[in-house]
Design a binder for this molecule. Sequence first.
Ligand code: PRP
Ligand code: URA
Length: 214
Amino acid sequence: MDFSQYNNIYIMDHPLIKHKISMIRDENTGTNEFRKLVEEIAMLMGYEALRDLPLEDVEVKTPIETCMTPMIAGKKLAIVPILRAGLGMVSGITALAPTAKIGHIGMYRDEVTHEPQAYYCKLPSPIEQRTIVVVDPMLATGGSAVDAVDQIKKHGGINIKFMCIIAAPEGLERLAKAHPDIQIYVGNVDRCLNKDAYICPGLGDAGDRIFGTK
Ligand code: PRP
Ligand code: URA
């Protein structure tokens, strides 16, 4: 599938991101290393996703003289992981933006229908004044991402970005069509979904690999 027609989809091409994604795909990568790599990928992608943060000039006194110099403007950032697996990406972004507020959206996929089941939503306020970065390593059918962005919009969120490490083409298209006003950052677009709605080749169950469950 060709995503070049979507001007709100950004697919990462940095070799460091590609390399680290290959490492987390490896079934021999253990929990500790997996977690560190997810954090590093999130930081590298965050650098890209936050390049349009608004700046304002503030007065700073250097040891030499006083000058006007740019700093991040306004109410700044809210990072919103989709539980559980999104939690693994939060520290990578707070390493870049330590003052970001953090919301949480809880949902899991029904094993039979693959539809998202939402169980929790707590967002920092005033949400409408923040740049919101929703994070989840996996975008499979797209159901969870579409639902999470729906919830954020219902709470008043306006300026929304979605960041995932691996996307299936069908899920990416679904999210881009459902929410054409958000920016979507993707580490890699994989081949397809299998009959259980897992991404191929993917990396398996991201939550289980981050938290060492199963
Ligand atoms: C995974 C993943 C996404 C969702 C993607 O979470 O972290 O949230 O599946 O699938 P979708 O695009 O088809 O909705 P999961 O439901 O396995 O929950 P977990 O993070 O608690 O393991
Ligand atoms: N959730 C995951 O963790 N992995 C997939 O491949 C699909 C959904």
